[in-house]
Design a protein around this ligand. Structure first.
Ligand code: AMP
Length: 220
């Protein structure tokens, strides 16, 4: 349970690969003292650690396709059982299909507002950003544009193995095919907001905060 009188902030971030949803989710979660839950990060850690989950997901991820709904729903269910989500969370990368969204709805009582924010960025900007994106070769942390070492562990920056040009094209195709129907599914709700992601980091962050505040009240 969240503290009495404190509204849990439960946010789902939608957006194509490269839309900046990871960066924005991290920033927003930090400002609210709630966890950012990235299914991509959970899977990459599992791949690095060679766990059964990592072994099941590796080839699918490397091909730029989606890991099965069954596996992903299990992953998120387990994560949302931890105590640190009581005051809220920001989901980054989940759900990605309508089936996953329906499973997420079933995990919470109807009284809890789920704020859905779609970060919109034109395709040519996405392709350019993904080509330039770097992560830490040691810990997998996403790098801030313009820096040349990992902000978390100081490790060297590398390109994500699924950010190569061909795989990026496949990931964008997969996104339009599976995740766009999800945007349509959520856009019928009055807790859905879309934010222009083709702006400075600060402007997107401000619009995101204002979008969440417009649903649940409180400070932007
Ligand atoms: P991301 O870091 O969110 O771009 O995720 C990297 C990869 O992990 C994706 O291309 C998928 O292969 C896999 N993945 C992450 N989240 C999901 C999800 N919710 N459903 C299916 N596959 C996922």
């Amino acid at each position: 349970m969240a503290d009495a009188g404190r509204v849990a902030v439960r946010v789902v971030m939608l957006g194509a690969p490269g839309a900046g949803k990871g960066t924005q989710a991290e920033r927003f979660a930090k400002s609210r003292g709630i966890p950012r839950i990235s299914t991509g990060d959970i899977l990459r850690e599992a791949v690095q650690a060679g766990t059964p989950l990592g072994r099941a997901a590796r080839a699918t991820m490397e091909a730029g396709r989606l890991v099965s709904d069954e596996i992903m729903i299990g992953v998120i269910k387990e994560r949302l059982e931890k105590k640190d989500v009581d005051a809220g969370f920001v989901l980054d990368g989940f759900p990605r299909t309508v089936v996953q969204a329906e499973a997420l709805d079933a995990m919470f009582d109807k009284g809890t507002p789920l704020v859905i924010v779609d970060i919109e960025v034109p395709e040519d900007v996405l392709v350019k950003r993904l080509a330039e994106r770097r992560i830490c070769g040691n810990c997998g942390w996403g790098a801030t544009p313009g820096v040349n070492a990992c902000a978390r562990c100081g490790g060297p920056l590398v390109q994500r193995s699924d950010d190569g040009e061909e795989i990026v094209r496949e990931r964008l195709r997969v996104y339009w095919r599976n995740t766009q129907p999800l945007v349509e599914f959520y856009s019928r709700r009055d807790t859905f907001r879309s934010v222009d992601g083709d702006q400075t980091l600060e402007s997107v962050a401000a619009d995101l905060s204002a979008a969440v505040a417009s649903v649940i009240g409180g400070r932007p």
